[in-house]
Write a protein of this length. Structure first.
Length: 322
C-alpha cells in the first residue's frame, strides 16, 4: 500500500494544524472582547488617548508594545473597542500594528534572522549588514509603524458609516431600539450579571469570527497543498517581482506573525522581498480578509488591501535601496 501523502491528505493536515494554531488566539481575543463589553465603560479608552486625533493615531501605532495581540485575536478586540467608542482611526491603527509592533514578534524576528545569517554566502561586507537580525527587525518595526499610522491618518478623514458594518458602529452613532440593552458600562449591574454578559458576548463573537477564519484557512490550505515549490524560480526574476510575489505568498499562506520570520529568513529571495513579506502578511492575508469583513464594509477592505500592497512594496524596495 502506497504510504505517500496525497495533496488531499496534505490539505487536511494543513487545515487542522492552522485551525488548532489559530483557534486559541481567536478564543483569547473574543474573551478579551467579552470582558471589554461587560466591564469597560463606553469612551474610557478614548479619554485615555490624547485629545489631538493625530497624536492619538501615532500613540495607537505603539500600543502593541503594551497590549500585544496577534492578528487572529485583534479583530474581535477592536470590534468591541469601536462599539465602546474608540475612534475608528485609532482602532484600525492598533489593529494593523499590534501583530508586528509587540515584544513577542520582536524576539522571534531577531531569533529567526540571527540563525539564518550563516546560511547565506557572505560575498560582501554590505551583505552581512543587511542580513543582520537587528537591521531586519528594526526595519520591520519602522515600516510597519509608518504604514499603520499613515492608514490611521487617512481614516481620520472618512466617515464611520462609510467604513463599518451597521452592527459595529459606536453605540452613540446607532439608532437601534435595543442598543442600550444590558448597558455594561452603567454602574449598578451585579458582578454575576456582568460575567454572564461577558460570556454571552464571547460566544457570539467567537462563532462569527471563527466562521470567517475557517473560510480563510480552507483557502490557505488549498494553496499550500496543491501549489508546488517549483514556482520559487519566479521569485528571483527581478527584485520588484520578488517583492510582489512574496507579498502574495504572505497573503495566501496566512502565517502567524510570531512565526513568519522563520519562513522569510530562510527564503531564497532579496532582503527587500523578505521585508515586504514580514510587514504585509500580519496586516493582510486570506483569513484576515474574511475576519475584516465581519467589521468593515467590503469596499473598504478591498481599498485597504490594495493600498497596503502598493505602499509596503514601494517602501520595502526604497528602504533597502537607501
Amino acid at each position: 500500500m502506497d504510504s505517500t501523502l496525497t495533496p488531499f491528505t496534505d490539505f487536511c493536515l494543513l487545515f487542522l494544524s492552522i485551525i488548532l494554531e489559530g483557534a486559541p488566539f481567536i478564543l483569547l481575543g473574543t474573551l478579551i472582547s467579552g470582558f471589554i463589553d461587560a466591564y469597560l465603560p463606553p469612551g474610557l479608552i478614548d479619554r485615555w488617548l490624547p485629545k489631538n486625533r493625530v497624536l492619538a493615531v501615532f500613540l495607537s501605532g505603539l500600543l502593541g508594545g503594551i497590549f500585544p495581540v496577534c492578528e487572529c485575536a485583534v479583530v474581535p478586540v477592536i470590534r468591541r473597542l469601536i462599539r465602546k467608542g474608540l475612534p475608528v482611526s485609532c482602532a484600525i491603527t492598533y489593529m494593523l500594528s499590534a501583530p508586528i509592533i509587540n515584544p513577542i514578534v520582536v524576539v522571534s524576528t531577531m531569533k529567526a534572522f540571527s540563525t539564518s545569517v550563516g546560511q547565506f554566502s557572505l560575498r560582501q561586507t554590505e551583505a552581512v549588514v543587511t542580513q543582520g537580525p537587528l537591521f531586519m527587525t528594526s526595519s520591520r518595526l519602522l515600516i510597519a509603524f509608518l504604514v499603520t499610522v499613515a492608514v490611521g491618518l487617512v481614516v481620520l478623514k472618512i466617515r464611520n458609516q462609510s467604513l463599518l458594518r451597521p452592527g459595529v458602529l459606536p453605540r452613540h452613532a446607532d439608532t437601534g431600539p435595543n442598543e442600550d440593552e444590558d448597558a455594561p458600562g452603567t454602574p449598578g449591574i451585579p458582578a454575576a450579571n456582568r460575567l454572564v454578559l461577558a460570556m454571552r458576548t464571547t460566544m457570539r463573537d467567537f462563532l462569527e469570527t471563527a466562521m470567517y477564519f475557517t473560510i480563510g484557512v480552507a483557502i490557505t490550505s488549498v494553496f499550500r497543498a496543491y501549489v508546488t515549490e517549483d514556482l520559487i524560480i519566479l521569485f528571483n526574476q527581478n527584485e520588484p517581482t520578488g517583492i510582489g510575489l512574496m507579498m502574495v505568498l504572505a497573503f495566501v499562506l496566512s502565517l502567524c506573525s510570531t512565526s513568519d520570520a522563520f519562513i522569510a529568513a530562510n527564503f531564497p529571495v532579496p532582503q527587500s522581498a523578505k521585508l515586504a513579506f514580514l510587514v504585509f502578511g500580519p496586516m493582510m492575508d486570506v483569513k484576515l480578509v474574511f475576519m475584516y469583513l465581519s467589521v468593515f464594509k467590503p469596499r473598504f477592505v478591498f481599498f485597504l488591501a490594495a493600498s497596503l500592497f502598493v505602499v509596503i512594496g514601494v517602501l520595502s524596495y526604497v528602504w533597502m535601496r537607501l
